[in-house]
Design a protein around this ligand. Sequence first.
Ligand SMILES: N[C@@H](CCC(=O)N[C@@H](CS)C(=O)NCC(=O)O)C(=O)O
Length: 309
Amino acid sequence: MLEYGWGGRSIDPNSWQPVEMTYGPSLWGHDPTWLPADQLAASRAMRAKAAADGQRQPVQVIEGNYQVGVGGGLSDRCTALLGHIAALAGRKRGIRKRPPMPDLTLYHAAPSRSSIVHWMLEEVGEPYDIQLISFKKGENLRPEYLAVNPMGKVPALRHGDSVITEAAAICTYLADAFPQAKLNVPVSDPRRGIYLKWLFFGPSCLEPALIERAFPRREAPSRAALGFGDFDTVMNVLAKAVGCASPHLMGEQFTAADVVIGSGLRWGTMFKLLPERPEFTAYIAHLNNRPALKRASEKDKTLQAQQEA
Ligand SMILES: N[C@@H](CCC(=O)N[C@@H](CS)C(=O)NCC(=O)O)C(=O)O
């Protein structure tokens, strides 16, 4: 919570972890003499208003949440303890903690498979950060990134304390974690099975079929051994599905499945790995009109330059 202090340490009421605060109007702190006069006045006015509203320090309830005004100079242990006390106090008073603020970071190489998640995040519409990973500089294989994804691959998504990897899994997760974006088919919906089928079809059939086409093997494994069967079957199944899409895989509703399958088809077209079929062309043209995809693609151009700088 950056807005409650002039600097120093406080408790983030979402995670109950000590946070370093940047400058902002203080509700509960002392008035350090080094503050400029206008900031000092703003600080006092805020505290006066908070007191008039009946708020008490050190443990306060602000908009249904808790805030500890601990000022600067406290140790991690001390501030963590205060946070714990604040949580207990809130619970005792029957006040539930607000759901955590979205805290999303995409580990991204632009453009790459992480662009699938970049598009998805634009569709979700929650704030997110991007941490660029340069393959050229070998950043994906550095220990700090391997601690995030031991596969040394992007995408990875950090949401609060959780790290999720695998593009399609991340899209599925985001769609479920932010249902207000209406990009998922909920568990209770009978269409959920078909929706999951397409989400899994992306990484288990479409992508391996395209890679096989891009890098043909001297001796191809048998159709039975390959999870995707064979290239032509995958293309036929997909052409039929997107040909019937009205206009999306799940009908009217655009879902995470369109992000996953659409990304694969777009990628296959870009590298001329897909057969030219009117069904693919029409479906991709429809997706290309999505503002979120346009935004993600535009941003990727800038990010690509930054990541290699
Ligand atoms: N199965 C993973 C594949 C991720 C993947 O292969 N990402 C590539 C970028 S397109 C990567 O990180 N390559 C770097 C490397 O393997 O060294 C997923 O679907 O997320």
